[in-house]
Ligand binder design. Structure first.
Ligand code: ZN
Length: 286
């Protein structure tokens, strides 16, 4: 198994969001020899879209993905229109940043204004997601912005994403983008899919259709004490990261490997130590 290419390490800006501004993250990446960056919309909005695009270009960073669009299900037509409009803006921002893809976290059950689920119709939510992606694809494809569906661990089915396995994401791609032109694809985030008995098969399937658009890295800690904000640094948990990378590469993936760690403990750590650890662990255990 060959070592990962150091030039293909990317940092998802959520990893140090608590400690650094967007500008500091861009400078931190450069200082630590990290060539890719994947920013979040709120951080970009805070720093300014044009300013961020300029900073990233000045530093020669590749925007490996833009986080995120999605959240398609809504209680009524007005809600779905609002989601559509917001997603189109996300596509426009991703284009301005020169991102390689817009990551889609598709949304779960429709919620009321207070964020409480108002329905138990999971199949209906999934139909809204499919329709929402189909509609967004009509906007993103001619603009040249690939959409990357990120299947999320089933524990998030109600509140974040009702696409929960890579097979399910591949099925949506088959249905909506049979052309295999790279306009619609998937994100392989190890935190969400490492447990899947069909992972190898489905990575190969995605690769065969040119759908592997991004690879997100972290680790699964035992025990995991918070479902959202207790992701592990690579090497601290139980995910066989080299094996998954091998499956990705065997399926034709040649893109970046993006560290994305939501973690209250790493958010309390000196961000230069975080980035230094990311670089070393990427090299040694990924
Ligand atoms: Zn991810």
């Amino acid at each position: 198994m060959t070592a990962p290419d150091p030039l293909l390490l990317s940092l998802n800006t959520a990893t140090v969001r608590a400690q650094w501004t967007m500008d500091q993250i861009v400078e931190g990446c450069t200082r630590h020899g990290i060539r890719g960056i994947a920013p979040w919309r709120d951080q970009v909005a805070h720093a300014g879209l044009i300013a961020t695009a300029q900073r990233v270009r000045e530093h020669g960073l590749v925007v490996t993905g833009y986080c995120r669009g999605g959240m398609f299900p809504a209680v009524d037509a007005a809600g779905r229109r609002a989601a559509r409009d917001d997603n189109r803006r996300a596509v426009d921002e991703a284009l301005a940043l020169g991102a390689r893809c817009l990551v889609l976290v598709v949304g779960g059950l429709p919620k009321d204004a207070a964020g409480r689920p108002v329905s138990k119709d999971l199949a209906g939510a999934r139909a809204m997601v499919r329709d929402g992606i189909a509609e967004l694809l009509e906007y993103a494809r001619p603009a040249g912005m690939p959409l990357a569906i990120e299947p999320l661990h089933p524990m998030y089915a109600a509140d974040r994403a009702c696409i929960n396995t890579l097979a399910q994401a591949n099925d949506v791609c088959d249905e909506l983008a049979p052309e295999d032109d790279g306009a619609l694809g998937v994100v392989i985030d190890v935190y969400h899919v490492w447990w899947d008995p069909h992972l190898a098969r489905e990575i190969a399937r995605a690769g065969a259709h040119k759908r592997l658009l991004a690879h997100h890295l972290c680790d699964w800690l035992v025990p995991t004490t918070d479902l959202l904000n207790d992701r592990g640094m690579m090497g601290d948990g139980v995910i066989d990261l080299p094996r998954i990378r091998q499956w990705m590469e065997a399926a034709g993936y040649r893109g970046f490997h993006e560290v994305e760690i939501f973690s209250t403990r790493w958010w309390k750590t000196d961000p230069d130590v975080v980035l230094d650890t990311c670089v070393r662990r990427y090299r040694d255990v990924t």
